[in-house]
Design a protein. Structure first.
Length: 306
């Protein structure tokens, strides 16, 4: 199971640690959801998701401050008995002195955030979803072409890297070569990235490993990119019937998310970089509601009805 350390949350969002005495090395979050323990402060612990990141805002703080010191201490002790992974207090609220004291006793880190509670919740949920997303690694090359994430796949030696290099030369951006790590951020979104060890590098047979960022500049590379289209390169087969109109779409499944897939036959003389650019633009047109094949079909129908 993938986990996110509390230390990484602290560093990512620039939070202030109110309990520096607590060792964060063994504190982890196992899910992207968060919880505001308002009901729990009142004593209702049914269905309490104690393993989630706990976030306290003005509502929780106001309730605590309306309690007597004795009642507040008892309330906080009952809350921290659940072994919370972490408690984040938003809006730079001046927490009651007994809160960090009890947190230290219960070995629960307390972090302070200066953002509004709703803003921080939205940002941390979005970030945790990416960090904890289901993932897989596949063989291919991922490039950003006109803002469209194009995953180029095919058998070894078919020309994936050469095509990617041509695209970079034409002003597009390389995301990953060889090993593409795909994260399922949502049921409609797949995000591709590259392992740190091979980031910005591409292998060219006969030349070796080259650093795209150093050769073409920082504008030629990108850290992450949504995967919008798969282009499969395959050797030309005279016996196979290839798509001519593009009125039907095939898809490839990644962890339950379908992605439009186009098979491109490779033979000498075909400019694969221009073909990939055209495929990216045509895919964007379809997403914007214009389908050239359907428009042609409609024009033919109208001509027959004249």
């Amino acid at each position: 199971m993938d986990v996110v350390s509390v230390k990484s949350v602290l560093d990512e969002f620039g939070l202030l640690n109110l309990t520096p005495e607590i060792d964060l090395s063994g504190k982890f979050l196992v899910g992207p959801e968060v919880n505001r323990p308002a009901l729990q402060l009142t004593g209702f612990f049914d269905f309490f998701e104690s393993a989630r990141l706990q976030i306290m805002g003005y509502v929780e703080h106001a309730y605590l401050m309306n309690l007597s010191e004795e009642a507040r201490r008892a309330t906080l002790e009952r809350l921290f008995d659940y072994k919370l992974p972490c408690l984040v207090v938003c809006r730079n609220i001046n927490v009651p002195p007994e809160l960090p004291e009890i947190a230290r006793q219960k070995d629960t880190p307390v972090l302070l955030c200066d953002e509004r509670t709703s803003d921080f919740m939205a940002e941390v949920i979005k970030w945790l979803k990416v960090q904890l997303a289901p993932r897989m690694t596949i063989h291919g090359v991922l490039v950003d072409v006109y803002g469209e994430g194009i995953l180029i796949m095919g058998e070894s030696g078919i020309g994936k890297r050469e095509t990617a290099l041509q695209l970079v030369k034409r002003g597009h951006r390389l995301v990953a070569d060889d090993a593409v790590e795909i994260k399922k951020v949502s049921n409609t979104t797949l995000v591709g990235t590259c392992p740190d060890i091979t980031r910005y590098l591409i292998e060219l047979r006969g030349i070796g490993i080259v650093d795209i960022r150093r050769m073409f500049g920082v504008a030629s590379v990108k850290l992450t990119q949504n995967i919008d289209l798969v282009i499969k390169l395959e050797s030309w087969d005279d016996t196979k019937v290839y798509v001519r109109l593009g009125d039907e779409e095939e898809t490839m499944d990644f962890m339950g998310n379908p992605v439009v897939c186009i098979s491109i036959p490779v033979r000498p003389g075909r400019n694969l970089a221009i073909i990939c650019e055209s495929a990216a633009i045509n895919h964007r047109l379809k997403r914007l509601g214009y389908n050239t094949a359907k428009e042609l079909s409609a024009n033919i129908d109208r001509s027959f009805n004249l």
